[in-house]
Design a binder for this molecule. Structure first.
Ligand code: ZN
Length: 275
């Protein structure tokens, strides 16, 4: 009996929730969130698109699951976290964006109740209408777990009972896009086929400036490779995605089009590629 009561109650909430979603128009709100695992992931994977959105008056938020506490060979976790948090803040500030951190640990990002709850609170406070996250299948598990967290939180954050934070008007199931996995390859080495390309030819310089502010990581790779591999690798990938649509540089995405999510391609509508 109790089970049936609960079941009916939940089913009722589910139906009411879908009714709400149809009323909240994700196109009415211009708030974008890049929710990634580590400081610098957004700069590598989707910052050019964030720059374009900021240029069009969008409010931009960058969030990371961790503060990058393993991104060092010499510092303590606390020292490198402080450094990388400051770097992420400065990069976000370059485009007027706000930086947030869930304060999880590198290599230990998991999809569990406390982390889902933190993610729901994060989205509840931002109320994004457009979310970027990692590819569902990527080279490391922090990325895949963050992708799941972003997906779960984006679906539910606007449901009244999903968080104790107040519900911001216009909260909705946002457009959700998965950025390229690193090198555009899935964990088995197969190339990802994008649904969406955004021309970032004119934003590549600013994207590079944002990434260059992650000095601790750039120096590490520079010492290791003897070249500025940190910036070079990002630019090589942007140029290679650009070639696919006949422009100097691009970022590519796969749009999440499952039940309940907006299925029209907002990014292509906002930034049509040259014919
Ligand atoms: Zn990462």
């Amino acid at each position: 009996m109790l089970y049936n009561e609960r079941h009916r109650g939940w089913a009722g909430l589910d139906l009411a929730w879908h009714g709400d979603r149809q009323m909240a128009d994700p196109q009415a709100r211009k708030t974008a969130l890049a929710f990634m695992a580590h400081p610098d992931d957004a700069e590598i994977l989707c910052a050019g698109t964030l720059v374009r959105l900021a240029e069009q008056g969008w409010e931009i938020h960058l969030a990371t699951a961790t503060s990058g506490d393993c991104g060092t060979t010499t510092e303590t976790p606390w020292a490198i976290s402080a450094t990388r948090t400051a770097e992420a803040r400065r990069a976000a500030a370059l485009i007027g964006a706000t930086y947030h951190c869930l304060d999880e640990r590198d290599g230990l990002v998991v999809y569990d109740k406390p982390t889902v709850a933190k993610s729901l609170d994060l989205l509840r406070r931002i109320a994004p209408s457009l979310v970027f996250t990692h590819a569902a299948r990527d080279y490391m598990m922090d990325h895949e777990m963050t992708s799941l967290l972003a997906r779960a939180a984006s679906f539910l954050y606007a449901a009244p009972n999903a968080s104790a934070f107040p519900l911001i008007e216009g909260s909705c199931v946002p457009y959700l896009y998965y950025a390229d996995p690193l090198d555009g390859l899935d964990p088995l080495g197969d190339p990802v086929v994008p649904t969406t390309w955004v021309d970032i030819s004119e934003q590549l310089e600013k994207k590079t400036e944002m990434l260059a502010l992650h000095t601790s990581q750039r120096e590490w790779l520079r010492q290791h490779h003897g070249t500025d591999e940190y910036l070079d690798a990002m630019q090589r990938h942007a140029v290679s995605r650009g070639q696919e649509i006949g422009v100097t540089a691009a970022e590519a995405f796969v749009q999440h089009r499952g039940h309940g999510y907006p299925r029209d391609d907002l990014l292509t509508a906002l930034f049509p590629s040259p014919a």
